[in-house]
Every structure is written in C-alpha cells, then in structure tokens.
Design a protein around this ligand. Structure first.
Ligand SMILES: CC(C)(COP(=O)(O)OP(=O)(O)OC[C@H]1O[C@@H](n2cnc3c(N)ncnc32)[C@H](O)[C@@H]1OP(=O)(O)O)[C@@H](O)C(=O)NCCC(=O)NCCS
Length: 146
C-alpha cells in the first residue's frame, strides 16, 4: 500500500468513496478547495493504483483538526485506516503540530475504537452536532503527539 499526499487528479475517486460512506458528503469542489489551501494536509491510501482511503487535517498554531477519514467499504478492517492516520500523525508532528482533535458520531464505534487505538481520548460532547440523522458528537484529542 502507498500513502501519499492527495492531488486534484484523485478527487473523483475520493468523492466516490465519500458519497458511498457519508449521509452528508462533501462535494468534489470542497475537496479541491481544501487541498489547495496550505494549512490543509490530505493523504490518500492506494492499492493496485486505486484509492482505497483518505484522511486530512487542518493545522494551525500547533493544533490540528482531523476530518474526512474514510476507507472504501470493500477494504475496511485491513489496517488501512490505522496506517493512514499513523502517517498523518507523523507528518503533523514533523510540521510542528503538538495536539490533534476530531469529532465523531457517538454511535460510530468502529471509528471510536480506531481513534482510541491511536491514542485519542474522549474530551467532551457536542450536542446534536450532526444532522441527517441528528446525533451528538464525541470530541476526542490526542495530546501531546510527540
Ligand atoms: C472508521 C474507518 C475509517 C476505519 O478504517 P479501517 O481501515 O476499516 O480500520 P482498520 O482496519 O485500520 O482498524 C483498526 C482498528 O480499529 C478498530 N476497528 C475498525 N473497524 C472496526 C469495526 N467495524 N468494529 C470494531 N472495531 C473496529 C479495530 O480495533 C481495528 O483493529 P483490528 O482490525 O486489529 O481489530 C472505516 O470503518 C470507515 O471508513 N468508516 C466510515 C467512515 C467513518 O466513520 N469515518 C470516521 C468519521 S469520524
């Protein structure tokens, strides 16, 4: 598996995974705008030339906010999410990020277990943060990341 920075040419494949994964998917233009913004850092995981996962964070003043973590349904439970996020954490650290945070749906046990394995801990709740369906978010932090 190859993990590298997301490029504009990847966005069609990324969007296909986004659309089949989330009830409220980001648009292609949201991905294109995000990857052109210098404080955003996105990665894709590639197997046999096809994108099987992606993740990204927005980093500023030593803090990083992780979003858009997804693995293609056919490729889940093969360690791809874990390895992508390990790489994201390594790269964030190299860019001077000392803590990382994210939000996750309260019912999303697979993601919560994955984040805990990576050293994130639960820090609070954002009531009814998500729509479609409405659900609370758990706020998680990993700090310090070095
Ligand atoms: C969450 C997600 C990114 C995990 O990706 P993945 O590549 O399947 O995860 P990994 O195979 O790296 O799993 C690493 C560990 O996380 C935990 N885990 C992952 N999926 C799990 C599941 N369905 N049930 C229980 N534990 C799970 C396990 O501890 C796993 O280790 P193990 O397989 O050795 O037991 C993937 O399920 C996904 O894309 N889900 C939909 C999108 C999403 O929810 N994104 C997060 C939004 S905040």
């Amino acid at each position: 598996m190859l993990i590298r920075e997301m490029k504009a040419v990847d966005v069609d494949e990324v969007y296909a995974i986004e659309k089949e994964t989330f009830s409220d998917p980001w648009s292609k233009s949201s991905f294109l705008n995000s990857i052109s913004e210098p404080n955003n850092h996105y990665l894709v995981a590639i197997i046999e030339g096809r994108i099987v996962g992606y993740c990204g964070y927005w980093g500023i003043a030593g803090e990083g906010y992780i979003y858009n973590v997804a693995v293609k349904p056919s490729h889940r439970r093969h360690g791809i999410g874990f390895r992508m996020l390990e790489e994201l954490i390594t790269q964030a650290k190299a860019r001077g990020i000392s803590s990382l945070t994210l939000e996750v749906r309260k019912s999303n046990m697979s993601a919560i277990i994955l984040y805990k394995k990576l050293g994130f801990t639960e820090a609070g709740i954002r009531k009814e943060f998500y729509t479609n369906p409405i659900e609370d978010a758990i706020i998680m932090w990993r700090e310090p990341i070095h």
